[in-house]
Write a new protein. Structure first.
Length: 492
């Protein structure tokens, strides 16, 4: 319904026009009567025309009766009133560009800022839906149609992020093109959501056909048993390679335990609901537990993977130094002296670190790779293998962090991470590390709306931060399930 402000006048003003027109017509008639009052007489009895008493006075010297002027005057007055009414109507139509019963005034066009805000929100929502879908598919085989829907959604989301990144870089440059790019982002995200919405029913059927509770409880027990060993591996890696080498995953074991605490409560509630026949409560509790268990696995896997990457990098580093010197020897004739000098300094510093005590082998390997690539080498052999290792590690670390903190992470970090997935190893490492920094900033800025002791003891705060719950209510809000924007909160 169009606002009365958009039409330019309140609705009840239409009735006022009718009143004005009625007044105008009455005024015209009264004026006509006033003009003929000289030929009317009024007594205490019924008024009678003066001509009835004085027949001789009824005729004027020119032969025309006074009554002959009455009808023309009334017609003129009525025509004037109707003409005024028509003029008022024409003015109103020209101002509001509408006709009675038809709303033709278009709604205000969204500003560029509004469209950009809509695109940001669409990217975050679509990315959350895809991430939730991946976690859910870790529990059940949804069949070929569900897998195809997930691949289609991922493709649309990747295209949306690619358009957004070009938009951020100023491409296209004209205002019309930039608005169209944002509309394209929103459209791609909407299509990703539609793919997942369409597959939600099939996923539910596959999920309900198996023993989902037994699967979730089995994974819960497996992860609970792993926490001690992963914590020991983290401590050992920190002592061996230094605190800086493991800084990215400090706190991950504690967060995993937090998710498992939350899962404990939801699994227990789900079993009670199953026993009592509360099917809706059972589904909500179990799906929430599945999400929390999946994120606990991501956190523990992240710690274990980093420890393994540090060991691999430490073993690869001596060969990388040798390969780097060979690479530099091959490009010395063509490379810029300043770049060669910088590369030599980097290699010397890394060799000193190898013999000087605890060091971060991943960071050392990264610096060797960058130095050689900066001098024009490093496209094959051990340097290329080192580049792949550091890039893959940075990508997985950033993806893990965004996934388990997605309730707070914004568009920039997600877009950079999406670009990093498409980039060559050198750029992928740089972009992924920057995405991780931005995501960490978002989490710090977001803070924790569930700061009470009870929320932490129950794991509620972590579940909201991880996007397992939407966080719209005091109890954490609806559970997020497999699906797009229309179906992901179907569990209430």
């Amino acid at each position: 319904m169009t606002s009365s402000l958009i039409r330019g006048r309140p609705r009840h003003a239409t009735g006022h026009i009718g009143v004005r027109v009625g007044h105008a017509v009455l005024g015209g008639v009264a004026g006509a009567v006033w003009l003929v009052l000289p030929v009317m007489t009024t007594t205490a009895e019924d008024p009678v025309p003066a001509a009835a008493r004085e027949p001789v006075a009824a005729a004027r010297a020119d032969g025309a009766s006074t009554a002959d002027y009455v009808m023309p005057l009334v017609a003129v007055a009525a025509a004037g009133a109707l003409g005024g009414y028509g003029y008022v109507r024409r003015v109103r139509r020209s101002r509001s560009r509408t006709t009675p019963g038809i709303v033709s005034a278009a709604p205000p066009k969204p500003s560029a800022v509004d469209v950009e805000r809509q695109a940001r929100a669409a990217l975050v929502l679509a990315d959350d839906c895809v991430r939730t879908g991946r976690e859910a598919l870790g529990y059940v085989d949804g069949g070929d149609s569900t897998a195809a829907a997930m691949r289609a959604a991922e493709t649309e989301l990747s295209a949306a992020f690619a358009i957004w990144r070009r938009y951020e870089e100023g491409i296209p440059g004209d205002a019309t093109g930039r608005r169209q790019a944002l509309v394209g982002v929103v459209g791609r995200c909407a299509e990703a959501g539609r793919q997942l919405d369409a597959a939600a029913e099939g996923f539910d059927a596959a999920w309900g056909a198996g023993d989902a509770l037994a699967v979730a409880e089995g994974r819960f027990r497996e992860l609970a048993a792993r926490t001690g060993g992963v914590a020991s591996a983290l401590t050992e890696a920190g002592e061996r390679y230094g605190s800086g080498a493991v800084a990215a995953v400090v706190g991950y074991v504690e967060q995993a335990k937090d998710r498992l605490v939350f899962a404990t409560g939801r699994l227990n509630q789900a079993r009670q609901d199953a026993d009592s026949g509360d099917a809706d409560g059972f589904r909500r509790g179990l799906r929430a537990a599945e999400g929390a268990v999946a994120q606990a696995g991501v956190l523990l896997d992240g710690v274990a993977r980093l420890a393994a990457e540090l060991r691999t990098a430490a073993g690869l580093l001596p060969a990388a130094l040798t390969g780097a010197e060979a690479e530099l020897a091959g490009v010395r004739a063509a490379a810029a002296p300043s770049r060669l000098a910088h590369a030599d300094i980097v290699l010397a510093a890394v060799r000193e670190e190898l013999t000087g005590g605890p060091y971060d082998p991943l960071d050392a390997l990264r610096r060797v790779v960058r130095a050689v690539e900066g001098a024009g080498g490093g496209r094959s052999g051990v340097i290329a293998a080192g580049a792949d290792l550091v890039a893959r590690g940075a990508l997985e670390a950033a993806d893990d962090f965004v996934g388990v903190h997605r309730g707070a992470v914004g568009t920039e970090a997600r877009a950079l991470l999406a670009e990093a997935r498409r980039a060559a190893p050198a750029d992928a490492d740089r972009l992924a590390r920057r995405a991780r920094e931005l995501a960490g900033r978002d989490v710090r800025t977001h803070g924790n709306p569930y700061a009470g002791a009870a929320a932490h003891e129950s794991g509620l705060a972590g579940a909201v931060l991880g996007g397992v719950l939407l966080g719209e209510e005091g109890d954490g809000g609806p559970v997020v399930a497999f699906g797009g924007p229309e179906t992901r909160t179907r569990l209430g």
